[in-house]
Write a protein that binds this ligand. Sequence first.
Ligand code: GLY
Length: 588
Amino acid sequence: MLRFRSNGFPRFCVKFGVLFAIFLRYTITMRTLISFLLIGLLFSPQLRAAQGKHAMAVTSDPYATKAALEILKQGGNAVDAAIAAQWVLNVVEPQSSGIGGGGFFLYYDAVTKQIHAFDGREQAPQDAYPDMFLDENGFPFPYYPDRITGGLAVGVPGTLKLLQVVHSRFGSKKFSFSELFGPAIEVAERGFPVSKRLARYLEEHKKRLKLFPASRQTFFNPEGKSLEVHSLLFMPDLAETFKLVQKEGIRVFYEGEIAKDIAKAVREAPFHPGLMSEDDLSFYRVKERNPIRGRYRQYDVFSMGPPSSGGTTLIETLQILGFFDLAYYGKTADGIHLFSEAQKLAFQDRNHWLADPDYVEIPTEKIVSLEFAEERSQAIRWEYAIPTTQAAMSPLNLGASHTSHLSIVDEWGNMVSYTTTIESVFGSALMVPGRGFLLNNELTDFEAVPKDDKGKPVANAPEGGKRPMSSMTPTFIFREGKPLMIVGAAGGTKIIGAVLNILTNVLDFGMSLNDAMNAPRIINRYGPTEMETFLYENQTIVHDLERRGHPIRHEPSMGIAQAVWFDEDNHAVYGETDPRGEGSALGY
Ligand code: GLY
C-alpha cells in the first residue's frame, strides 16, 4: 500500500483544504468537491517525500518520477525506470539534460552485489585544441554568454549510447530499449505545463536561445515572447527524434541522418561555430570505469571516478572529516570551520589533479587513501582558515541548478544513481534544427586557460577526444554490506558539496532524510565559504568565521538533490526530493 508523507506545498494545501472543508461543512456539493480536491492533492505528483515497501523513484520532475514508477510497477527494473525517466526529463526539463548531453550512471546489481560505473560523458571533437577558448590576444572568451553559447563548446553527446549500454547489460528485458521512449513521446506530443523554473530560465536565457532559429521557434511565440509558467509546451520534433531512434536504433543518432544534422548544426552555428564532425559521433564510446570507494566512519561510500571529480573529492573530504568528531562540533562556528576547511583541501587537490584519466595520470588511489586524508587533515588549524588563491568565480558560473539526478531502487534491490546533464541551463542554447533537442556545452568544463602561471599545461586542458572533468557525484552508501542510501545532485561544481552536506547530516548528525535535505548547506570550492540563507543570517557564526579569515558568501540555494534511504528495521524505503527543486518521490 502506498503511503505518502508530504511537506512544503502539499502539506500546506492539505491543512488549508481541511479548514476550508470545516468552514463549508453544510454544503454537500462543496464537500464533495473538496474531497476530490484533497484526494487530488494527496496523490499530486508534486509530493516531495514518499515511503514504500518495495521500490522507490526520486527524480527532478513529477512527470519523470511517474514514468519511472509505472515502469517499476509493471515489472521493469531500476535501469528500465531510469531510462524512461531520462527521456521524460528531456521533454519536461529541456534546460537540464537529454539526448544532446551526457552523464554518469552508477548501478548496483542486487544478485551479484557488484557496483558498475558507466561514463557517458561528452567528448571533445578530434579537432579540439588547448587554446580553443582563447581570443586572438590569448584571453579566454567571457564565460557568459560567449563561451557557453553556440557550437564551439559542444561535446559529442553520450546519453543515448550510455542508456543503450546499461539497458543491454542490466535492463530487465521486460521492456525493449525502444519501448522506454513511450512515456516521453506521449508527454512531448500531448504537451505539458511549463514549470516555474523553466519559465524563469526561458526569460533569463532568451537572448542566447534566440540566436538559434530552432530554439527560438520551440520556446518563444511568433512575437518572440517566452512561454509563461503553466502554458502548454509541445515538443513534436523531439517526439519524432525519439520515434526515429525507436525505428532505426541508436545508429541513426551516431552514424545516420541525425549525426549529419548534429555535425552540421555545430559547424554552421550562427554563433561560435564548432569543430564536430560526423566521425566524432561515430567514434563515440561509453566507458565502464572502476567505481571509487571510500570508508567514512562505519559506512562504505561508492561514487563516480574520473573523468568526474565527484567521487574522489567527496571521499577525500569525508575521510579528512573522519579524523574529527564532526557530531561533537555540530553546526557551530568550529564545526562549520572544520567542514569548510576539509572541502577546501579536497577541492584544491581536485583542481590540481582531476581530468580525463585516459589523457592524464591521476593518483586516484592516493587521493582516496586514509593516509593521504590524515596528512591533509593536519593542515587544518582552528585559529585560521587556509588562504586560497582561487580567483573570484564568475557570478554566472556559480553552479546554478542545471543538470538532473535520479535515485531509483526496484523491488529486487537493484539501485541506480544517475546524474545527467547538458551542462549550462539550456546547454549551448543550440537546438538541432528539426530534431527538437538542445546540444550540450560540456566543453566549458575544461579549463579555458590551458596553462598555469609557469606555462605548464593544466590537467583539465581541452584536447581532441578528451572528456572534460565533471563534478557529478552519483553515490551509494552501504552499512555492513547493506544499502543505506542512494544520493546525487544537480548544481555544477556545487554538486559535490550538496551531496556531502546531505551525507554528513544523516551519518554524523543523525538527521532524517527530510531534515538532512532541508538543512541550509555550507560549501567550499577552494574559495569563499558559501552558506545558504538561514546559516548566513546567524551573524555570530559569520563574524567568528570571518575573524578566522573565511571570506563568506551568501547563496540562497545550492544544489538540487534526489535521495533514497533504506530503513532495514522497518522494511521501508524512503524517497526525498530537494525542496530547492521541483522534483518528486514515488514508491510502492
Ligand atoms: N556539467 C556539470 C558537471 O559535469 O559537473
